[in-house]
Write a protein that binds this ligand. Sequence first.
Ligand code: NZQ
Ligand code: ZN
Length: 391
Amino acid sequence: MYNFNIHLNTNIHFGKGQINKLGKDIIKYTDRLLLVYGGGSIKKNGIYHAIVAELNKYGIHFEELAGVDPNPRIESVREGIKLCRENNLGGVLAVGGGSSIDCSKVIAAGVKYEGDPWDLVLDRKKVVDALPIFTVLTLSATGSEMNSGAVISNMTTNQKLGTGMPGITLPKASVLDPEYTYTVPAKQTAAGTADIISHTFENYFTNVEGGYLQARFAEAILKTCFHYGPIACQEPDNYEARANLMWASSWAINGLISGGTANNWSVHPMEHELSAYYDVTHGVGLAILTPHWMRYVLNDATLDNFVDYGVNVWGIDPSMDKYDIANKAIDMTQDFFCKDLNIPASLTELGINEEYFQVMAQHAAKVKGGSIQGFVNLEVEDIVNIYKAAL
Ligand code: NZQ
Ligand code: ZN
């Protein structure tokens, strides 16, 4: 296990009605806020009114940035920075899923940066200060509510890149009310669950040895998603399912399971290219690519990781041949995504063909310094092969 640093001081308010804790946390930092949200789901389900009531309770003035797209665009970030500067705002409150939260993080950092905020996305080292960030989570998926990361898209250059700095873009406080996710449609619930699973896989499948505890945490998160994901899709107002998925989303990607064991991530950089070129839903792209990546990287050196996965997570008989266990575990993973979560099984079903695979693979490799040096190193041609297998 490597040395690691973990910085987890987001004040989490988890559970029913916890919105009434938000104002007290915000007022410690500012009484003038930018409220950031997406395409309007928070107005339909009443969350907007609860937020406004809470801000009014504390006399917190706010301006609004509405209409943040899924796969948030740099244009929204620029607009948010302008609103903060023109209105002398001292904090950013995101209400929504990862898109609104990520957009808010880069707005908060951009206010403190003199140049164009796309610089901050291209080079996270330029993120040196930020306004305080607060979140109200409405979709369990990205873990952005309890980490420093932010992913922003520039559709004119077909780029979707991650930024953020530990501590600086970490939310000061996040409200996690599982009831706020009751209105998330089954398709987004499934995609969110696939995203949580993928964050866990990106760390669980590691060639860094000695992270026994992290691996067992990861298995617990995976089992939680495999159990509760389909329940939440079928019974949207099942509190237990929504609550477990929400807490899994935060812990899959806040450093708990990556601390000391992390490799470079593999499937995420490949998926970000799908989103950048085809604007696909992040979790859908991950669910399609993941089983193909697994089959591609299964070899004698990685076999034992897949055996652990099959036996500990899926309960496959440990006395079976090791390759049979590994392949069965991969098949079960693919079936889970396609049959239990009802996510499309192939890129073809999303209308994607080979046209950009070469350039997408080059970008995915370039983001990681020329090749994806992850669980198994992937060169450009390997990435192309995985895209093709997923057609
Ligand atoms: O825009 P609204 O109207 O709010 O509708 C959203 C959107 O259409 C809807 N939704 C959210 N909460 C809802 C709801 N609909 C009904 N009821 C609710 N309670 O769901 C749709 C998707 O929302 P979005 O925020 O885009 O989803 P998600 O949370 O999956 O975020 C995806 C973005 O986060 C990035 C992804 O790449 C993508 O850009 N990621 C961020 C990460 C991070 N910051 O650490 C890590 C991830 O790996 C990921 O890359
Ligand atoms: Zn993700």
